[in-house]
Structure formats: structure tokens, C-alpha cells
Design a protein around this ligand. Structure first.
Ligand SMILES: [Zn+2]
Length: 159
């Protein structure tokens, strides 16, 4: 059984799931991108450097406007560390971040929407501010469990 799957869940929405490594061939799916495509990486469980290369190579010459939705933390790390991962015309619409409650230690993944819950654009280093989130269990303020300067770096790649 394949460790990954590439599935069209809507006419222009590609859902990528499983392990992204050297075995994933993105080209046939990307060839079906029209002028605009939506990519949902939320089902990705692991990605290695070969997988990162498979994706960045496949989309390097793709002129489509790619909108990323529900990006999980392991993909957000790529957006921020590897600017080519977004592609020439890519924008992140929504992504996940881990929050830990300061009062009850409850951990949860929160979906953040770029342009509403978090602003895009360049934040000066040291001044990136994670959007506030109230714990779903007790309502106390929760803290984003990532270094905001590193994790939110991608917001300045798509200003
Ligand atoms: Zn709490």
C-alpha cells in the first residue's frame, strides 16, 4: 500500500495525505492545476527533505495561483524555512498552530486564517505576535507553542 495519497476532493482542490518522501510524484496532479488551485496538506503525517524537493521541483515552473488551506505545523515549518515551498504564486489561507493553556496545560491545534486571525506581511524580527487564543477547556489565555519569529516567518514571504 502506498504511504501517501493525492486526491481531488473538489474540482480544484488537491488533498495530500500520508508520508511525503522521494516516492511521491506530484507532476501528474500539478499538470491538472488550472489558473488557480487549492492544496490541503492537513493529512500529511511526515515529510523529509526528499519530499520537500519533490514538491518544490514540481511547482517551480507552475504559474497557477496556489492557495494553501489547513496547513499542518510540519508544512508551516517548510513554508517558513524553504520559501520556494510556496511556489511562485502561492498564498497561505489557513494553517494550524499548537497552543498550550497557561492555566490547565491543555494542548490544542488551532486553525488560524491569514488576513483575519493573523495578518500577513513583514514583522520585524523579535516582534512577531501570535494571535491570542482562549483555551477551549477553561477559557484562560493559551500561548502559541512555537517560536513566533520562526514559525510565522512565511507571512513575510507572501506580503
Ligand atoms: Zn485551559
Amino acid at each position: 500500500m502506498s504511504k501517501h495519497s493525492l486526491q481531488w476532493i473538489a474540482p480544484s482542490t488537491l488533498k495530500v495525505q500520508g508520508v511525503i518522501d522521494e516516492d511521491v510524484l506530484f507532476e501528474p496532479s500539478i499538470a491538472r492545476f488550472g489558473s488557480e488551485a487549492v492544496v490541503d496538506f492537513s493529512g500529511v503525517t511526515r515529510i523529509n527533505s526528499c519530499g520537500v524537493r519533490q514538491w518544490t521541483r514540481a511547482i517551480a515552473a507552475c504559474p497557477a495561483r496556489i492557495r494553501y488551506v489547513n496547513a499542518p505545523a510540519l508544512i508551516v515549518d517548510q513554508f517558513s524555512m524553504v520559501p520556494e515551498f510556496l511556489g511562485v504564486n502561492g498564498t497561505v489561507e489557513s494553517f494550524q498552530a499548537r497552543y498550550v493553556c497557561s492555566a490547565c496545560n491543555h494542548e490544542e491545534m488551532v486553525l488560524l486564517a491569514v488576513g483575519s486571525t493573523v495578518a500577513k506581511g513583514v514583522a520585524a524580527r523579535g516582534s512577531a505576535t501570535p494571535p491570542p487564543h482562549a483555551c477551549s477547556q477553561c477559557g484562560a489565555p493559551a500561548d502559541m507553542d512555537h517560536n513566533p519569529d520562526v514559525y510565522l516567518e512565511f507571512l513575510s514571504h507572501m506580503a
